[in-house]
Design a protein around this ligand. Structure first.
Ligand SMILES: [Zn+2]
Ligand SMILES: [Zn+2]
Length: 211
């Protein structure tokens, strides 16, 4: 399969949800990492302070950079990057056991005897993005076949969160991702550090990109 456009599409009219957790526009999401040093704009968080709000919209913990918040208060048109939520890419639910509220990952592992699985990103029980992956256990190889995020949910980090969730299922595998057509999909793909072609695999005759 070919990757579909994943980036761009500014979410307009976003309203600050802020540290007090009001419901509002969607804030960016990033996969949880270790110690946070800088904000999404590269501000060093130890210099001017940070808050640790809880995103009730996503039901996830978040970080808010005081420097960026002050900047956005002065420039209402600025992209909203002051506050972002943290999603643990390894926290993946079975389809029938996923929470119905907030932002959650739902894994559909490959059925027995097959190689193609997928992970959904759901917001309040509705799929807002998905990644499909082909994995070969004997080869210890995986291909990121397809990443899609709904048009109104782009530029929030959902795509990169899905990629992190896919890799989290097989972090030691050799990962590859095809090069898609189209400027938007290429812009997304160009930020993913993966091989462009999978190594040869004798375990499948499928044409899903794992060749
Ligand atoms: Zn900042
Ligand atoms: Zn193989």
């Amino acid at each position: 399969m070919v990757s579909q456009p994943v980036a761009d599409g500014q979410v307009g009219g976003a309203v600050r949800s802020g540290a007090r957790g009001e419901f509002g526009g969607l804030i960016p999401v990033r996969p949880t990492t270790g110690t946070l040093v800088v904000c999404l704009r590269g501000h060093r968080l130890e210099l001017y302070g940070q808050l640790k709000p809880f995103s009730h919209r996503y039901r996830l913990h978040a970080t808010l950079c005081e420097v960026r918040r002050a900047h956005e208060a002065c420039e209402p048109g600025a992209r909203r990057l002051a506050e972002w939520a943290h999603l643990d890419a390894t926290s993946q639910h079975a389809a029938d056991a996923a929470p119905g509220d907030g932002l959650v990952l739902v894994a559909h592992p490959p059925p027995a005897g097959t190689m193609a699985g997928r992970i959904e990103l759901r917001l309040d029980g509705t799929e807002v993005g998905r990644v499909t992956v082909t994995t070969c256990t004997p080869c210890q190889a995986a291909t990121l076949d397809y990443v899609h995020v709904g048009a109104e949910y782009r530029r929030l980090g959902f795509g990169r969160t899905l990629v992190a969730a896919a890799v989290a299922r097989a972090p030691s595998y050799r990962w590859a991702a095809p090069l898609p057509d189209g400027p938007v999909a290429q812009s997304f793909r160009a930020r993913i550090a993966m091989h462009r072609t999978a190594q040869p695999c004798i375990h499948t005759r499928e044409t899903t990109g794992h060749r």
